[in-house]
Ligand binder design. Structure first.
Ligand code: FES
Ligand code: FES
Length: 933
């Protein structure tokens, strides 16, 4: 039995403090992180852990009223102190209710992973300063990272917290579409009660730690594993490739699946798992993985595209010649000839680096075996894809795998791929005990997918009147060691590399190239942001050569409803790109004049510039089926169950899909009960990616809602034009002034347990592309244009973005607040990509060295919503998630050129690169560099 003496000998101490107004005593080592004590010992999981290093601020709590990082605070330090976590803010501050309401009304919480840290920091500020201005708010939240929102809505929510802002929560039946409805899953996010991947641990749970290769490429041999287990009490089992009972090969695109759960003999990238240690969580925490008996024989890696394509380079996968995973091709007209005949031709080479997703919630989840089935509760963007791959790995039927998605603390594409799932599933399957795994920040950065680095070469031609005649585009993408979404990137980019313009002669060729680097996968835009960086800069150069205004050049060449795209597709409707550019015109003219006037009077090192860029993005899979199925059920109490399996990763699909379904059914949103994407209870809505959930799942929800309305009317013997009202236990149908009541309690239940169940499936109509990439790859495209106003310090090479104006054609703005949130978040990620974000495998695998924008980096963002509806989408709607990030970086790069006359061909445009480019072009003196100080 534990005595005070032997606990003390084990380094434990009794620590007394108060949490959320309650006195507590915990027995813990004094050095234990306060975040662990709060979450694991006291069950206060509202405090999130994003890095355990003081970099993300997700764990911010109040210590005697001051915000501090709980992950950097030792439990022994808080003896006698007063701690407040997000769960205790309501009891602490009378202001807090208003702050929560303001967050909800502004849409300041998207995924919600940063929200507790933001709310705690904001409360500390408001207690001292109830009327803060923007810059005081930015200072207060400067240590808390948000990867979703772009901070602007958070800042507004805090500034306006005193104003008692309350968002719209119950629009009348039939008027949900277009309403700025507060997100339906928002309350839990602002209470800190949302359950993310790491927030639930069943009793008796074991943990897993994965042994990962420390080299970019290495053969390996295990030593005496039995002795290792025997020497480490609490370690229960070692897992490795031979323990995989099914097919040890998974991947998001079954045809290209190539990734093993554990490497066999040779690890192909730094961070690849070779074995896993399963055991009691305390024992695993104490484990020094360097003691694990494995010998590494480092091999020369292929790290770059050039190395991988070199003659005689070793093949990373024997069946993929020259390390080329896949090629993409779209050709129309004769680009070569058109370039010869063009009045003006420009050319350029552009390069982009790896970009890390850097969501605030690292991958996490647990598995448990239930008889001959396995259940996995984890953060994921793609429950059904996870289900099918886990079934393959375990060698069981997909129906024996249940995926229960938790809330997702940001995904942006990387949580489409498996992460913790195979490890916890395998361990739980073998041991019959629940097994939890939570990636550390470093593990998340080392082992999960990245944005593809690209090398792009282009030539473009135009007539002297400014009409684009040709684009010749070639790009190679570093796809890393395994396929992941490489085929999607290589296939999507050639369709989009023209930009949203009429280009009659076009050749776009791409390759996804394997290297010994962590796999590159899906990241907001699937390669299109990289292509836009090249193509939109080149079009600026072409406009300059022609002698045209850069915006007018784009307007002249913009696609319209009747012009064929580079795949020969004529959309016929819903092409809103010209409207986006035209919406920018007055702002463009004013901003250009302002920048010119600033530069004319500038005596120091600052120069201002304005840049513009356009984009288009096909919603859904490229020429492949990607159906969604939605089920709605009328319950006996008159409420409506909405089974929609689209995982809401913060973008708002829980709310938007409900708004659509509600209006199709003509029921109030408040009548709906959301049923999650648990694979055992909701049909497949596909993956949350490719801007498809509003469009595809939204359309399925629209169809299901209409069907249910039809069935209710049929049951009542009423015509289509009748009105329906839902009440407690009954539905009233009003037809020509007459009322009929369906008393639901008396009606039988169907096999699904509802009075009436309706299901609808929508798969966007597309056609396969031929050998030249001709066909209809997407049913619907979203369009957009961004204008960036920036300031360059030519002495320091720093770039400050002053404002971004973003015009997006969203077809129909189902929920303008949520759309603005996507745009602002996309702008922030685009700014990061343009100016600061670059991941170097093997270096800086943490949020201290890998910089993402903070609140202080983000300028005001003005969103302009254009509605050029698509008759295919629900109420005309298109997607916005991927679109929002695409034009920001090229607009900033074009603005930099506008400011200083220097074109920088490699992103991110860090200060050293700006300075080097200035010096290389010898323009420093001309710009006045060196005049300051
Ligand atoms: S978890 Fe504490 S700062 Fe990131
Ligand atoms: S809402 Fe801030 S990280 Fe997702």
């Amino acid at each position: 039995m534990a005595t005070t003496e032997n606990l003390a000998a084990a380094g434990m101490e009794l620590i007394s403090f108060s949490v959320n107004g309650r006195a507590v005593e915990v027995m813990a080592p004094g050095a234990r992180r306060l975040s662990c004590v709060l979450r694991d010992d006291l069950g206060l999981t509202g405090t999130k852990v994003g890095c355990n290093a003081g970099d993300c601020g997700a764990c911010t709590i109040l210590l005697n009223g001051d915000p501090v990082c709980a992950c950097l605070t030792a439990a022994g330090q808080v003896a006698g102190c007063e701690i407040t976590t997000v769960e205790g803010l309501a009891g602490r501050s009378p202001l807090y209710g208003r702050l929560q309401q303001s967050f909800l009304a502004h849409g300041a919480a998207q995924c919600g992973a940063c929200t507790p840290g933001m709310l705690v920091s904001a409360t500390a500020l408001l207690e001292k300063n109830p009327f803060p201005n923007e810059s005081e708010v930015m200072d207060a939240i400067g240590g808390v990272l948000c990867r979703c929102t772009g901070y602007r809505k958070i800042i507004s929510a805090i500034v306006e917290a005193k104003a008692n802002v309350v968002g719209e929560s119950s629009p009348a039946a039939g008027s949900a579409v277009g309403a700025r409805l507060v997100r339906l899953d928002g309350q839990k996010k602002v209470e800190g009660t949302e359950i993310f991947g790491a927030d639930e641990t069943p009793a008796g749970t074991l943990g897993v730690r994965v042994i990962r290769c420390p080299h970019h490429r290495a053969r390996f041999q295990f030593g005496d594993l039995d002795a290792f287990v025997a020497d480490h009490p609490g370690v229960v089992m070692i897992l490795m490739a031979k323990d995989v009972p099914g097919i040890d090969c998974y991947g998001v695109i079954p045809r290209y699946a190539d990734q093993p759960v554990f490497a066999h003999d040779e690890a192909r990238f730094r961070g690849e798992g070779v074995a896993a240690v399963v055991g009691e969580t305390d024992a695993l925490e104490a484990l020094d993985l360097a003691e694990f008996p494995v010998r590494w024989d480092e091999l020369p890696p292929l790290k770059t595209i050039q190395e991988a394509l070199a003659a005689h380079a070793p093949q990373i996968h024997a069946h993929r010649e020259n390390n080329v995973l896949v090629r993409g091709r779209v050709v129309c007209g004769d680009a070569e000839r058109a370039l010869v005949e063009a009045d003006f031709v420009v050319e350029g080479e552009y390069e982009t680096g790896f970009v890390e997703h850097a969501y605030i919630e690292p991958e996490a989840g647990f598995a448990r075996r239930v008889g001959d089935s396995i259940e996995i509760q984890a953060c994921t963007q793609s429950p059904y894809m996870d289900r099918d791959d886990i079934a393959k790995i375990l060698g069981i039927a997909p129906e024996k795998v249940r995926i229960i998605p938790t809330a997702v603390g940001g995904g942006f594409g990387a949580k489409l791929d498996l992460s913790v799932q195979p490890f916890v599933a395998l361990a739980a399957w073998k041991l019959g005990r629940p097994v939890l795994m939570v990636y550390s920040r470093t593990e998340s950065m080392v082992a999960t997918t990245k944005r593809h680095p690209a090398r792009m070469r282009l030539r473009a031609g135009a007539t002297r009147e400014g009409k684009l005649t040709a684009l010749d585009f070639a790009a190679d993408f570093n796809t890393g060691a395994y396929s992941s979404w490489g085929p999607t990137v290589a296939g999507r980019v050639p369709v989009h590399a023209s930009g949203p313009y009429r280009v009659p002669n076009y050749r776009a060729l791409t390759r996804a190239v394997h290297t010994n680097i962590v796999p590159a996968g899906a990241f907001r835009g699937f390669g299109v942001p990289q292509a836009a960086i090249a193509q939109e800069q080149l079009y600026d150069e072409l406009a300059d050569r022609v002698g045209m205004d850069r915006l007018e050049f784009r307007i002249l060449n913009a696609l319209d409803d009747d012009s064929p795209t580079v795949t020969g597709q004529v959309l016929g409707e819903g092409v809103g790109i010209r409207a986006c550019f035209e919406a920018l015109r007055p702002k463009w003219q004013a901003a250009r004049a302002e920048a010119a006037s600033f530069n004319a009077s500038a005596a120091g090192a600052l120069r201002r510039g304005v840049g513009v860029a356009g984009m288009w993005y096909g919603c859904g899979n490229t020429s492949l089926p990607n159906p969604s199925t939605v089920r709605v059920g009328l319950k006996r109490d008159g409420r409506i169950a909405l089974h929609q399996g689209a995982v809401d990763i913060g973008q708002g699909s829980n709310t938007i899909v409900t708004q659509i379904c509600a209006d199709a059914l003509t029921a109030p949103v408040a009548q709906f009960d959301l049923v999650s994407g648990d694979t055992s209870i909701s049909p497949d809505c596909g993956k949350t990616s490719a801007s498809r959930q509003t469009f595809v799942t939204g359309k399925a929800a629209h169809m299901a809602g209409e069907k249910l309305r039809g069935e209710i009317l049929k049951l009542a013997g009423a015509c289509d034009c009748a009105a329906i009202a839902f009440d407690e236990g009954r539905v009233t149908i009003i037809e020509n002034g007459e009322r009929k009541t369906l008393a639901l309690a008396n009606l039988p239940l169907d096999a699904q347990g509802y009075v009436i169940t309706c299901e609808a499936t929508f798969d966007p109509p597309t056609s396969p592309l031929d050998e030249n990439g001709q066909g209809n790859p997407y049913a619907v495209f979203g369009f957009g244009a961004h204008m960036a106003e920036i300031e360059v310090d030519v002495e320091l090479g720093t770039v400050r973005v002053l404002k971004v104006t973003a015009a997006h054609d969203v077809g129909r703005a189902i929920n303008p607040t949520l759309i603005e949130g996507q745009i602002e978040g996309g702008v922030a990620q685009g700014l990061g990509m343009a100016l600061m974000e670059e991941f170097f495998p093997g270096k800086g695998e943490n949020l201290h060295d890998y910089l993402i924008p903070t609140a202080g980096d983000i300028p005001p963002v003005e969103s302009i919503l254009i509605e050029a509806p698509s008759s295919i989408g629900p109420f005309g709607a298109k997607g916005i998630g991927e679109q929002a990030v695409i034009p920001t970086a090229p607009a900033i790069l074009n603005a930099i050129h506008d400011a200083i006359g220097v074109r920088i061909h490699k992103v991110p445009v860090t200060p050293d690169r700006v300075r080097a480019a200035i010096l290389a072009q010898g323009v420093s003196a001309k710009l006045g560099g060196g005049a300051r100080g």
